[in-house]
Design a binder for this molecule. Structure first.
Ligand code: UGA
Length: 430
């Protein structure tokens, strides 16, 4: 049996990390102050949708490697490793709210044994590791930064097949002990100092957000000059220095990480008089892009020349394979469409999104229900089932003939053969 790990926070990062660490043979207890969540997990059920996680949860419970509890202090006393997986939401000025992290750190500090290692996975302001260390009553307790690079929707794969496991520690011995928890993945371990590890996390998300903003800006430029952004992206990506990933244009980036982390990085950089203007611009451009996508949609709606328009929306989550709608571009764009002064009746379908009806749309249970009788269909999330739904069925169910594909997932020529028109920003229309 592996080491005793306490994971504090059974949110998306804590659950994925705890369950995957147990699947690597470690003994793990996940603690959260939400008793309903803990009851659910103890019963082998998940409060979130994440492919592959439910199976590993039940395997961990069956192997007696995974437990859930609300008793933080009891488990802190026995733990060799305390993984902090707590929320760090943005404050009004963009900086991260550290109250959840420091509250837990102060609560457990008097109870930790001298060989305990605090491992921080929360995305935190730079130099938080040393702040956590300075708050320890027992100075023998080590603090290590081990940021997560998990994408929602493929978090299990990302955890078990990581591009890198970044470990930032002042003492190499602590880094080696944390690395040993990732049995079988040692060759992916990258050891550095704590503040550099924290920085790697912010810079990675900042860079990826910038990459997506770049291709979205390119989509608008392609629209202006009549080029095809899908071809442009593909052609660019053949250069291995550029690469294929995070070069898919879309309705703007969202989710619980990019918006929060780019704001925090920009604020941290400004506070050190060392502005990260590229990241600031990426975030500003993301807002502009969503407005431009909404403008394209609104124009299509007005061009229908109707006083009331029936719209089928496909996709509400911030991307495919997740139920998460936090900062979802889909919701933002629906909001912007509603401000267009055309009466719109919107029926929206998403296979997993964790929201109910809103004032702006009614939620339905299938693609067919969303698109039947619609004047216009808008694809806002790239769920594979939207592209797999036969073009003939779109054609026979819809009243109108235009689909706005903000995710570039449809095979346009197949749809044209069925008499449908597919409209995307910066996509050549045949
Ligand atoms: C992101 C990072 O990818 C993870 O490495 C990181 O660990 C995580 O944030 C975090 O900080 O916790 P996530 O927010 O789950 O993961 O989602 P991504 O897959 O990165 O997508 C972010 C947004 O960019 C989504 O709205 C997505 O639709 C958009 N996107 C992404 C594009 O529009 N085009 C792309 O080519 C890629």
């Amino acid at each position: 049996m592996g080491s005793k790990i306490l994971v504090v926070g059974a949110g998306y990062v804590g659950l994925t990390s705890g369950i995957c660490l147990a699947s690597l043979g470690n003994e793990v207890v996940c603690v959260d102050n939400n008793i309903e969540k803990i009851d659910l997990l103890q019963a082998g059920k998940l409060p979130i949708f994440e492919p592959g996680l439910l199976d590993l949860l039940n395997k961990g419970i069956d192997r007696n490697l995974l437990r859930f509890s609300t008793d933080l202090i009891k488990h802190a006393k026995n733990a060799n490793f305390i993984f902090l997986c707590l929320p760090t939401p943005p404050l009004e000025d963009g900086t991260a709210d550290m109250s959840f992290v420091y509250h837990v750190v102060d609560e457990i500090s008097p109870h930790l044994n001298g060989s305990a290692i605090i491992v921080n996975k929360s995305t935190v302001p730079l130099n938080t590791s040393s702040e956590i260390k300075s708050r320890q009553l027992n100075k023998a307790v080590a603090v290590v930064s081990n940021p997560e690079f998990l994408r929602e929707g493929s978090a299990v794969t990302d955890f078990l097949n990581p591009s890198r496991i970044v470990i930032g520690a002042d003492e190499r011995s602590s880094a080696i002990k944390v690395a040993a928890l990732y049995a079988g993945l040692e060759e992916r371990v990258f050891i550095t100092d704590p503040v550099s590890a924290e920085c790697i996390k912010y810079m990675s998300n900042g860079f990826l957000a910038m990459k997506v903003s770049f291709i979205n800006q390119a989509a608008r430029f392609c629209e202006a000059i009549g080029a095809d952004v899908v071809s442009v992206s593909l052609g660019m990506s053949l250069d291995p220095r550029i690469g294929r990933s995070f070069l898919n244009p879309g309705p703007g980036w969202g989710g619980s990480c990019f918006p929060k982390d780019t704001a925090a990085l920009a604020a941290a950089a400004l506070s050190k008089q060392s502005p990260m203007t590229l990241v600031e611009q990426a975030a500003n451009d993301n807002k502009l892009h969503q407005n431009e996508i909404a403008r394209l949609i609104t124009k299509e709606i007005r061009d229908l020349g109707k006083t009331a328009v029936s719209i089928g929306v496909l996709g509400l989550s911030f991307k495919a394979n997740t139920d998460d709608t936090r900062d979802s571009p889909a919701l933002k764009i629906i909001e912007l469409i509603e401000m267009s002064n055309v009466a719109c009746d919107i029926r929206a379908y998403d296979p997993e999104a964790s929201i109910e009806n809103r004032a702006t749309f009614s939620r339905v249970d299938s693609i067919s229900e969303a698109i039947i009788g619609s004047d216009l269909v808008i694809i806002l999330t790239e769920w594979p089932e939207f592209a797999l739904f036969p073009p003939e069925s779109y054609a026979s169910l819809m009243k109108g003939n235009t689909i706005i594909d903000t995710r570039y997932v449809l095979d346009n020529s197949l749809f044209h053969q069925c008499g449908l028109r597919v409209r995307s920003m910066g996509r050549v229309q045949s």
